[in-house]
Design a protein around this ligand. Structure first.
Ligand SMILES: [Zn+2]
Length: 458
């Protein structure tokens, strides 16, 4: 018991303190006179105070001698005023006393997988009875393998620990337990118990603790469910944001593709425009046009030459045969209107006014007018040609066996195959083909044979 060991230690200490007066120290002079013997009989060291860690003594002895006496190094002796000195005490293990527990309460080492419910059931207890012997359980659930549970094997009740300032009797009174029954259940007189000891109060149940722990379990479950719900919501939102981010990335990629496609299209168009307006292309176009005009002029010359040769051949034949009169042209060419308003006749049918007309028979009249002056159909019919030909850009119409030719146009206003009425716009005066100034070359060919148009015009 703690008291006994503490007492033993005090007695030993007293004996140790008294020892020097009874035992001669080696190396000290032998005692002789009565006064010296009296002095020797008196203790040379008086204990003033004792702590667990130190002694304070009053002595006349020198520190070194004191140190030798107590078996401590001389440096450990601290002189104090009034002939006192302080010495450290060698450490002594504190009194160890296992707290008392009633023998009927036995330990149970928790195995993996065990719960309060399974442990209680295994020992034939209700959970509340198990809790009664384990009042320090913080929860109904977090039981760990290796922990110790206390199992009441006989009486069930509250296993309480006597706290400092309490006594077993005050606990028995406080819980309203039966004194004799408590003494019997614990197998000890309650008066012998001290703080730290355990006392079984039979018949008392820890309802309050059980309820509190049940409430806590409920609160913990609610909190866990709430946390799980929060976690699920967080995951749901994260998934949603991730989906949104994926969609936005997809949109951005699509927009980038569309931009690239439009840019490429624009670049192609810009390149086309650059080519279309380039001097190279203009030159090319001009060359094609000149080539076409040149070829048309050559064809016209060839045709005119053949015509002249034919006429000469005819004239020679006529000269050889009896003189005849060429039949007058009639019918289909009646009712012509002027194809150009306010024009001036600069060259007549068959006239050799310029070198060209000397080489090529002039089969029509030249009607000079400012470039761009409208050219109207002299008679109705069908457009048989519209484009570059014998007279530059020319339009040929046919109707009633008569072909009308409108030459040297700057622009044509009709297309081949189109039907025109007398007075319809055909094009505009120009100077395409072989030409020395803007004019309309107008021919009338009844039955394919060119005649002088002037007599036919009003
Ligand atoms: Zn002409």
């Amino acid at each position: 018991m703690g008291h006994r060991s503490f007492l033993t230690r005090s007695l030993l200490l007293a004996a140790f303190l008294l020892a020097p007066s009874a035992t001669a120290q080696p190396g000290l002079p032998a005692l002789s006179g009565p006064a010296e013997r009296l002095g020797a009989a008196l203790p040379r060291v008086h204990l003033v105070r004792e702590d667990p860690a130190r002694l304070v003594v009053v002595t006349r002895e020198a520190p070194a001698q004191l140190a030798r006496r107590y078996g401590v190094p001389p440096s450990a002796v601290t002189p104090l005023p009034g002939g006192q000195a302080e010495l450290p005490l060698p450490p002594v293990a504190p009194p160890v006393r296992e707290p008392f527990r009633p023998a009927s309460v036995v330990p149970h080492r928790v195995q993996p997988g065990e719960t309060l419910d399974t442990v209680a059931a295994r020992h034939g207890l209700r959970v509340v009875e198990l809790l009664g012997a384990n009042l320090d359980r913080p929860s109904l659930d977090d039981l760990r393998a290796g922990e110790t549970l206390w199992i009441p094997t006989a009486e069930r009740g509250l296993l309480v620990r006597v706290k400092p300032g309490q006594t077993a009797l005050s606990l028995i009174a406080g819980y309203g337990a039966d004194l004799a029954g408590t003494a019997q259940a614990n197998g000890v007189l309650p008066t012998t118990l001290e703080p730290g000891d355990f006392l079984l109060l039979p018949g008392v149940t820890p309802d309050t603790l059980h309820e509190r722990l049940l409430d806590r379990r409920e609160a913990e479950e609610a909190a866990r469910e709430k946390a799980e719900a929060r976690q699920r919501e967080r995951e749901r939102l994260e998934e949603k944001y991730a989906r949104q981010a994926r969609y936005e990335a997809y949109l951005a990629a699509q927009q980038a593709r569309e931009r690239a496609r439009l840019q490429e299209k624009y670049d192609r168009y810009a390149a086309y425009l650059a080519w279309k307006t380039s001097p190279e292309r203009q030159q090319l176009n001009d060359r094609y046009e000149r080539q076409a005009q040149y070829e048309a002029a050559l064809a016209a010359q060839a045709e005119a030459r053949r015509e002249r040769e034919r006429r000469q051949a005819e004239a020679q034949a006529a000269a050889r045969s009896a003189p005849t009169v060429r039949p007058a042209v009639a019918g289909p060419v009646a009712g012509l209107r002027w194809p150009v308003h306010g024009a001036r006749v600069t060259s007549r049918f068959g006239e050799e006014d310029i070198d060209y007309h000397k080489q090529v028979f002039h089969g029509g009249v030249d009607l000079a007018a400012p470039a761009g002056t409208p050219v109207y159909a002299a008679a109705g019919g069908t457009v048989v040609e519209s484009g570059y030909g014998a007279y530059g850009l020319n339009v040929l119409t046919g109707g009633g066996g008569t072909t009308l030719v409108y030459g040297h146009l700057s622009r044509a206003a009709v297309q081949a195959g189109q039907t025109v009425a007398s007075g319809d716009l055909l094009g505009f005066v120009g100077c395409t083909g072989i030409c020395t100034g803007p004019h309309l070359h107008f021919e009338v060919r009844p039955g394919g044979q060119a005649v002088d148009p002037l007599p036919l015009l009003p």
